[in-house]
Structures are given as C-alpha cells and as structure tokens.
Design a binder for this molecule. Structure first.
Ligand code: ADP
Ligand code: MG
Length: 289
C-alpha cells in the first residue's frame, strides 16, 4: 500500500498548461492546512518574490526564484559574506545561470530545502508539507530529471552530492508524490500518458491523476431520444450538446482509467467566473486524500 498523498512531505503538481495545476495545488494545500499540517505552496511558474507569505492558518506560499535560490544556497554552503559576494557576483551568476539545467537544479534545491524537517535557511520554521505548483508537463519531466543528470555528469564534488541527494528524495515514494492534472480532452490525456512514460524512464511514478473540469452527465439513452425529438427548442438543443460533451469526456476518462486505474480521480467543472477559497475547499473535499 502506497503512503497516502498527504502523509508525504513533498508533492509535485504538474500537467498540461491551463488544466488546473495551480487550482489543484491550492485545493490540496487547503485540505492539508485544515488537517493541521503546516503547508507551503511553492510556485515554480510565477515571477513573484521568493518570500514566504502566509495566506491562512498553516497555509503559506512562495514563488521560487532560481537567482535567489542560488544566493541562499551559497550563503548557507560557502558561508556568510563570501557566499553572499559570490551569489551577487554578476560573472559568477551569469556563468551559473547559463549552465543548462542549473536554474532547474537550483529551484529544486530550494524545494528540497523547504521540505526538510530541519530547514537550512537560518531561523526558518519547518513545513510538514511542501506542494510544488510545477511547470507544465514537458518542462515538468525535464525538471524532475535534472538532479539525476547532474549527479551523473558531475560524479564528484558538491554539486554531484547535492544533486544525488535531491534525486534520491524525488525517487523516495514515502517522501515525494507526483500528481498530474488533466482535463477530459484528447490532447491533455495524450500528454498525461506521454508524461507517465517519460517519468517511468526516470524511475519516477505518478501517484495520482486528477481529471479536472468534468461536466455533469445528466441524461440516459431514453432522455436523449426525448430531447432529440424536442431539438427545435433551444433548451433541448443545449441539453443535447451538453450530453454529447459528457460522452466525449467519458471516452477520455476511460483512456486514463484504463492506464491509471485507481490512481485516477475526478473533479467537477465549477460554473463560477473565478474560483475562491470556498470553491477550492469544495474541490478539496472531492479528492480522496
Ligand atoms: N474545476 C474547475 N472548474 C472551473 N474552473 C476551473 C476549474 N479548475 C480550474 N479552473 C479555472 O481554469 C483556469 C486555469 O486554472 P489554473 O489552475 O490556473 O491552471 P494551470 O495552473 O494549470 O495553468 C483558472 O481560471 C481556473 O480558475
Ligand atoms: Mg498555474
């Protein structure tokens, strides 16, 4: 039996762009916080500040900034002023940031730091759970592959050491979970299946697929026949369209179900112009965590 999602210390949420990664990350975080877990959502897509901000009791957010992550890392590792000078040195920084994968490695280093029971950042309180609002699928796979690549290429030295520690953490299924969000559309489902393949090559496992934005399926065959007879009436037309959509969605859900089985969960489409704390709570309650 796999460790329950919210029992882990680190959860990555990825998926195709716009499918609801941030929404699901926040919904998960709200559930965890309500259960008394000190939770932080680390956004890897935003250009916000890498500064821990409290949203609610036990609920925090921050935006990961590779440059800041490097400065912090050097300050802790190299020590005080020397580290700060290195971190702020334009040449050093330009060199580091130009190394392929270095931004990803530094960002993951910060995520790793947030998830530790004993934080490396002086004076920082530990979190029980770190939820990463990760980059979209393709970049997400590349991101998760980065530490192993660095560990293999660098072999020895502080970078190899740090990278293999992070890689081991990502592969530890009691510690880290990967959640993929999809919507019931052909492209998003295909991308989810491809992502699973890419992650499996890295010996990484998708723990849950959240099929977001499912529309209700209200009618059976008999209803549909009756509705078609009424097709001249606009309301009946809308109902038929909705039913066709629901069936197309069911086909896409079946593709995911076949592959992921019990790991698949669904969330309803909420007919709201914007999703606030209340809607996130509703979505969170729908999830089996
Ligand atoms: N279940 C849902 N019902 C209705 N709207 C949703 C749902 N999930 C997400 N949305 C909306 O879809 C848009 C994209 O969601 P977001 O979480 O920002 O996606 P991503 O982070 O993957 O780009 C947002 O406007 C969000 O409010
Ligand atoms: Mg987002």
């Amino acid at each position: 039996m796999a460790t329950a999602l919210l029992q882990r210390r680190l959860i990555f949420v990825t998926g195709k762009g716009g499918v609801g990664k941030s929404t699901v990350a926040m919904a998960l975080a709200q559930v965890a916080a309500r259960r008394g877990k000190r939770t932080v959502v680390a956004d890897m897509n935003g250009a916000g500040e890498q500064h821990e901000r409290q949203l609610a009791p036990d609920l925090f957010t921050l935006s990961i900034d590779p440059q800041r992550a490097m400065e912090e890392y050097l300050t802790v590792k190299v020590g005080g002023t020397a580290g700060q000078i290195l971190g702020q040195s334009r040449i050093f920084s330009a060199f580091a940031m130009a190394t392929p994968g270095m931004r990803e490695l530094l960002s993951l280093g910060k995520v790793w730091e947030l998830a530790q029971t004993r934080r490396r950042t002086p004076g920082a309180d530990p979190y029980d759970l770190t939820i990463v609002d990760a980059p979209a699928s393709g970049h997400g796979a590349a991101l998760l592959r980065t530490p192993r690549t660095f560990a293999e290429i660098a072999k020895v030295g502080p970078i190899a050491g740090q990278a293999s520690t992070i890689a081991a953490t990502l592969n530890d299924r009691d510690f880290t979970a990967i959640v993929v969000v999809a919507i019931p559309e052909d492209l998003a489902v295909t991308e989810t299946l491809e992502l699973d393949e890419a992650l499996q090559r890295e010996r990484l496992n998708i723990d849950a697929v959240v099929l977001n934005q499912r529309h209700p399926d209200r009618f059976d065959e008999g209803d549909l026949t009756a509705l078609r007879l009424l097709a001249a009436a606009p309301a009946a037309r809308l109902a038929v369209d909705a039913e066709i959509r629901a069936r197309l969605e069911a086909e896409q859900a079946a593709r995911l179900e076949q592959h992921f089985g019990e790991r698949l969960q669904s969330l309803p489409y909420l007919f709201k112009p914007e999703l606030g704390a209340e809607e996130l709570e509703l979505l969170g309650r729908e999830l089996d965590l």
